[in-house]
Design a protein around this ligand. Sequence first.
Ligand SMILES: [Zn+2]
Length: 286
Amino acid sequence: MNKLLKALIFDNQLTLSVLDTTDMVNDAIKIHGLTPLTAAALGRTLTVSTFMSSNLKNKSDKLSVTVAGGGVGGKITVCGNGDLQMRGSIDNPTVTLPLRADGKLDVGGCVGKNGRLTVTRSMGLKEPYSGSAKLVSGEIAEDFTSYYALSEQQPTAIALGVKIGKDLTCVGAGGVIIQALPFATEETLKKAEDIMANLKNVSTLIEEMGAEKVIEKYFGSGVKYEEYHPEYKCLCSKEYIEKLLISLGKPELDDIIKCEGEVKVKCQFCQTEYKFGQKEVDELFK
Ligand SMILES: [Zn+2]
């Protein structure tokens, strides 16, 4: 089960979030046919986006994240809401790259660092809020740390990890994210930095001990936390696709039917294919 544990730590000076997104990454692998490399790139982005979604005020508020760094994987898109229903895609799900010299997946090469990451939050009827930052390394955690510092002026420490087993399923994925509240002291920040420096292999920690034990081991057994259950869930529907088609206009759709026999629309996030014949297209414009 996917988990997000949230707590206030060190005299309520910091917020701590520990995520186990193993099942979410496995759902993404199954839907998109991801390689270990693209699973790591999309999985890390899904994980940090789950954290960001948990900071939305209302369950119906929406988050959308794009990471476009010009790497071999192409653009990553992740969407979510305050209810922690997450979905994502990557342009080139089947690419691979040689392992780095240290034996790790070359996520930086997959994502690239020549570009930006953009975060958009939509809250009800208000104008959507959008912020962006230049990518630092394409390794995702560093990029979002930089985004928080530059675009949101929020000191944030982020560790993310996705570990893929021999059978190409994800055996451990998650993250540890700490944010400083405005009154956090230098001493507390130093303490948090030291802990994060020791938290190198988050995916292995999640695999071997789970999110609860990570809190206990690194932040003490007395930490009280709230538990949430994020999931990979696409919210597309036939009605939603119909609205998109109507916005294209009937002549365009008639043209497609003439050439291809039917209108096929595949959802980018769950790969569900919606098909519309002439009769159904006519119905849409009645
Ligand atoms: Zn879908």
